[in-house]
Ligand binder design. Sequence first.
Ligand SMILES: [Fe+2]
Ligand SMILES: [Fe+2]
Length: 234
Amino acid sequence: MALYAIGDLHLAGQTKVKAPMQRSSKVWKNHEKKLKDNCRRLIHPDDTLVLVGDHSWGRKLEECELDFQYIESLPGRKILLRGNHDMFWEAKKTAKLNAMFAGKLEFLQGNFYTYKDYALIGTKGYCYEGLDTPEHAASLVRREAGRLQISFELARQAGFRKFIMFLHYPPTNIYERSSIFTKMAEMYGAEQVVYAHCHGKARFHDSIRGRKNGILYSLVSGDCLNWEPQKILP
Ligand SMILES: [Fe+2]
Ligand SMILES: [Fe+2]
């Protein structure tokens, strides 16, 4: 039994959308096959795989059907976190998605799931990337920090004291050494923070990687891992 994570599949079964990075970079060539082969080699039926956001280019659920079929076909239990490109997923409709996909997929956003005696905490997160005003970014960070706190508190109320924290966005932007997200991870005693979103070698070190203040930070975007899910816990 093991817990794995990988993010940013950016599937396009129906939409056939290809971002520039997907057209020009060798690592993206046949990435769906590379990931499926790696999952079949590594992941057993009793393992858990957390997919750390940016699942599909589909903007509506109907445009994601083939992508969900692909994800469902991967081995093990699958937990999906919300990414910035997951337009099919409105934050308020997470419970509805969980009902729709009951028994097949689980959707992590402001709720929590469990793995052994750990609570798996998660929300999309946010960090300033120069694409909006600092004020707007600050308001999104506050909203996401609130959702993260709800996730931690629900798990604490359920009796959990061991946490793995998942964010789609990096926990800090390129100007920060810490953030409300790293502080919350420290305050609640998360053992690990797992995030994705960063694509291309130039961005793999935009945020914290490795151990800081006793917490292990991992970037698990698919192109960074060359489509091999990372083992988070045995
Ligand atoms: Fe992405
Ligand atoms: Fe993203």
